[in-house]
Write a protein that binds this ligand. Structure first.
Ligand SMILES: [Zn+2]
Length: 210
């Protein structure tokens, strides 16, 4: 068995950035972990990178993307041998609704540097189903442009050259489309990069509390 490889995913925001966390009074906070530190869920960075990998791969090959959002019981990758994406990022299990995890496992990205700015924009909460609030104006906290977040990607087996190229290409260009909320309003643009890391660094980042 080959040892799993670990890469660090660094995200440097060009734009202000928002992820919806708790609501205090009429202020929507950013998403924070139990220690109060802003973070970006690994499921979100994974989704952003996957979307970009699909954009790159299927347009280059002239194939229809595998539609995993419309998946049903018994989903199989429709592109089978021609698709490295489902194997890398995972897809629903045949027997239940859990995702079969792919080769890549994305961990949450935590804020390494940055400022959370008190109040920036006012939004109406009418369309926010998940908030449980029925309307009125709310202020959002945002993370300021220049903030840096770092997470990890565990790569469970050595990637084939085409998989590695696809991961690197997707990470390099995914940030252009932005992360977090309100990308259409110009929030969330970022530069993303992969850096060498190790299991030790990952474990340390998860175990050490400041
Ligand atoms: Zn596929």
């Amino acid at each position: 068995m080959n040892e799993a490889d670990v890469m660090k995913l660094r995200i440097t925001f060009r734009d202000n950035f928002h992820t919806t966390g708790r609501i205090h009074g009429s202020t929507i906070d950013v998403l924070r972990d139990k220690d109060g530190r802003p973070y970006i869920p690994g499921s979100h960075t994974k989704g952003v990178v996957r979307t970009e990998a699909e954009r790159i791969w299927f347009s280059a090959k002239g194939l229809e993307p595998c539609n995993i959002t419309d998946m049903k019981e018994g989903f199989r990758c429709p592109n089978e041998e021609k698709c490295p994406i489902c194997g890398m990022f995972g897809y629903p299990n045949q027997r239940d609704t859990e995702y079969r995890e792919g080769v890549l496992r994305f961990y949450d990205a935590r804020m390494a540097k940055g400022e959370v700015s008190p109040l920036r924009t006012h939004v109406s909460m009418n369309r926010e189903k998940e908030s449980g609030v029925d309307g009125g104006l709310y202020s959002e906290k945002i993370m300021e442009a220049g903030s840096v977040f770092e997470g990890f990607i565990v790569i469970r087996r050595p990637l084939k050259p085409e998989e590695e190229g696809l991961l690197k290409g997707a990470v390099a260009s995914a940030g252009w489309y932005g992360l977090g909320k309100d990308r259409s309003r110009g929030l969330g643009g970022a530069e993303m990069e992969l850096l060498p890391s190790s299991i030790d660094e990952l474990v340390e980042s998860m175990g050490v509390r400041k």
